[in-house]
Ligand binder design. Sequence first.
Ligand code: GUN
Ligand code: ZN
Length: 445
Amino acid sequence: KFHMAKDKETKSEYIDKNLMIGSRMTVEEKVIGVQNGKIIFLESPEMEEELRASFHFNKDEMQVLDEREFFCPGFIDTHVHASQYCNCGLALDLPLLDWLRKYTIPTEAKYKDLEFAKDVYSACLDRSLRNGTTTAQYFCTIHRESSNVLVDLAIDKGQRVFVGKVATDQNSADYYIEETKTSIEETEKFVQDILSKQVNPLVNPVVTPRFAPSCSMELLTNLGRIAKTYDVSIQTHCSETLPECQWVKELFPGFEDYIDVYDKAGLLTAKTTLAHGIYLSEREMSRITETQTKVSHCPNSNCSLMSGLCDVRKLESLGVVVGLGTDVSGGYSISMLDAMRCSITVSNIIASAKDGGYVPFNYQDALRLATISGAEVLGISDKVGNFEVGKDFDALRVNLSPKAGNIDIFGYETMEELVQKFIFLGDDRNIREVYVAGRRVIKKF
Ligand code: GUN
Ligand code: ZN
């Protein structure tokens, strides 16, 4: 396949002496070549003839983007509960711990039923892909078999996925809890199930303790051991609300703090994603930095569940890699465009409460979080996240023409302005095609 694109390439770079991480996105007219799912060249349009000859592309294998179109790197949702997709937009009247008890646990218990799981997981994957999420890191439920249903559907539909069967052996409802031994065995079996499907490199198992309050130390330690044995990723929640942090103090009295619980269990690794991290102390942040643990910022959820405001600039200034998550259904939208906008709003609110000197996120920062930073969180920045030659072609063909029917452009000066309109006003109608590793998984028109 060979595409000629009127745009592209996303770069992140360090801009300022105070160690603030900024980003500058370049939008350029380029010729991009894709073969066997990988980007094999990215050059200026004058090189087109020469490239076609040397890479043996025929003219009919070449495609030119329309007016008001560009390719954008696929979005990476680093934290989303596929099992909560059916609750999206409902039940957001309670703070986290009450919300979990009243709405979330009863919903997750339904996934014993494989038919129910298939219906919701299928809809969730479709909606996530249509919104331009080429990679997602999912929480399922405690049920191994239905978690495997999500894996098989993802393989079929073509999304790049990181999938976790949730582990929980305490402080949950009696109808939604596991024996410690069972939880350990089922997690290990799930990891083995997915690794045995390794013919498909787009699917990755994730060891998934729900969060410290719902796991015994014995379970946490064994989960750390499993992740190490199989060299796989870990995901959990951390420091999302103040009552939760207080509860962890009471449940784990012998530990320095919340992070110390995960640390002693061997759960802080370069392949670990902690969702939220709003109330981390300086000590906790420095342990996160030392262990290269990653953070998923979920601004819609943090506002919807009244959890708090995460200072991503601060985490990044300490060298923590932060990506974006929708955290459905704590977050009510599965769209990463929504997550990007929420991240800007949260950052603006933080800036407004400071006495100057705080640079809030702009749309380019948000796009960086949703793409290359997300790839770094998941340890796949050698494969995806931007359009560097050698990476997989995970891309969105974005269309802001009247055909998409939702955005009034009123003339634009630069492609950057077009990208900005997309970030602030776009929705799934503007995502005309979606590619994962070169496979076109969505085509709208
Ligand atoms: N903490 C523990 N479980 C959950 C969950 O399902 N959602 C969120 N947002 N936080 C959690
Ligand atoms: Zn979550």
